[in-house]
Design a protein around this ligand. Structure first.
Ligand code: 1CP
Length: 346
């Protein structure tokens, strides 16, 4: 009998041996193996090759001993299936050739053609085969976070053009979130069809939106997305940064797991959201850059507060920074497993 994954058991609130751990951006620049590959291939070349995708996805599992893998891709990748042109620029991030600002541009976006990104699903299948008992998390960007890149044209910290569209052209903004939501649903369903055992929706920049605007302009789309994935019967993770004011609404979307950043106190989030929802987080990513002592002291505090909670998964509060020493992450994984065992009931 194969050992059941502690990550999947925690997602279901079922008994498991210790606190599961994985890291957002566990594949990336902090790894020597990734930097070596990037001298030969661009980020998008890696993400468009099923075999390279598989190799990059599997490596952190081998190197760190984490309990889940996340598909190596990017939230921008499926936009190809909407006929939208973008690039991932060195030290910048996603850049969109023709930022979307008008009703005409939104009306011209064709329905999502998942066959144009079949390499994602082929890579998913290859990766699941290679991972064996370790589950694979498929993912997509959430409509607001995707819209922020499409409307701004590049990474932004104010989201000014996106918010202007939300307030000044609500019908256009709603139309855009609608086509993006359709894409997200289909893209995630195809990853599940190819074997992904859990799905995560990254709404990284949603924390910039106020509570009332979230309820009015974004929440209906998120409810539609999670509602449309429910019949898959696999864990659905919803993550954002700076979301303290949105957590109750996020938990009402139908997501099984809520990922929270380092600003929140997890026992307080548990108290607010109740016992049913699975919580994931939330070590300050800067702690792993600061070194082993800072990482372990922060993690020990979190794990000792949450161990014994059957619906808890350890992660950082956001992605692994590229300046991280992999040795710190390796040590972190083994200590979280050790502390998590102490707290588990039975
Ligand atoms: O090689 C490179 O150039 C490295 C940069 C890089 C990497 C490693 C980008 C450009 N994307 C990725 C891979 C990636 N992106 C993964 C798989 C790796 C893993 O997690 O193990 C995932 C899940 C993403 C998702 C993603 N892309 C998000 C959501 C997660 C998050 O970090 O908030 C976002 C916001 C993006 C956009 C993006 N792509 C790349 C960068 C540098 C950014 C952020 C730009 C910004 O600051 O706005």
């Amino acid at each position: 009998m194969t050992q059941e994954s502690r990550f999947l058991l925690a997602c279901q609130g079922k008994a498991h041996d210790t606190v599961p751990v994985w890291f957002m951006r566990q594949a990336g620049r902090y790894q020597e193996s990734y930097r070596a590959l990037r001298t030969r291939y661009s980020m998008l070349e890696l993400a468009r090759s099923p075999r390279l995708m598989r190799d990059v996805t599997v490596r952190p599992v081998e190197e760190l001993g984490v309990d889940a893998a996340i598909l190596f891709s990017d939230i921008m990748v499926p936009l190809t299936g909407l006929g939208l042109d973008f690039d991932i620029q060195e030290n910048v991030g996603p850049v969109v050739r023709d930022p979307i600002r008008t009703a005409g541009q939104v009306a011209q976006i064709p329905p999502f053609r998942s066959d144009l990104v079949d390499y994602v699903y082929e890579g998913t299948q290859l990766t699941v085969e290679a991972l064996g008992p370790i589950p694979l998390i498929g993912f997509a960007g959430a409509p607001f976070t995707l819209a922020s890149y499409l409307v701004e044209g590049r990474p932004s910290r104010t989201y000014r053009a996106t918010k202007e569209m939300m307030w000044n052209n609500p019908a256009v903004f709603q139309g855009l979130l609608e086509v993006l939501s359709d894409m997200v649903i289909e893209h995630l369903r195809r990853q599940a069809g190819a074997g992904a055992q859990a799905l995560q929706v990254f709404d990284s920049w949603i924390g910039a939106v106020g509570q009332a605007d979230y309820q009015r302009a974004v929440l209906p789309h998120m409810m539609r997305i999670f509602g449309a994935l429910k019949d898959l019967g696999i864990p659905l993770i919803y993550f954002g940064v700076g979301t303290q004011h949105l957590l109750s609404a996020m938990a009402a979307t139908g997501a099984t797991v809520i990922g929270v950043d380092w600003r929140t106190h997890l026992p307080e989030v548990r108290h607010t959201l109740g016992a049913e929802v699975v919580l994931m987080g939330n070590l300050d990513p800067e702690r792993v850059v600061a070194g082993t002592a800072a990482a372990l002291s922060g993690a020990e505090e979190i794990v000792k507060q949450m161990a014994g909670d059957p619906r808890y998964i350890f992660n950082l509060g956001h992605g692994v920074p590229k300046e991280t020493n992999p040795e710190v992450l390796r040590e972190l994984v083994s200590r979280v497993h050790e502390w998590g065992r102490l707290g588990e009931g039975s």
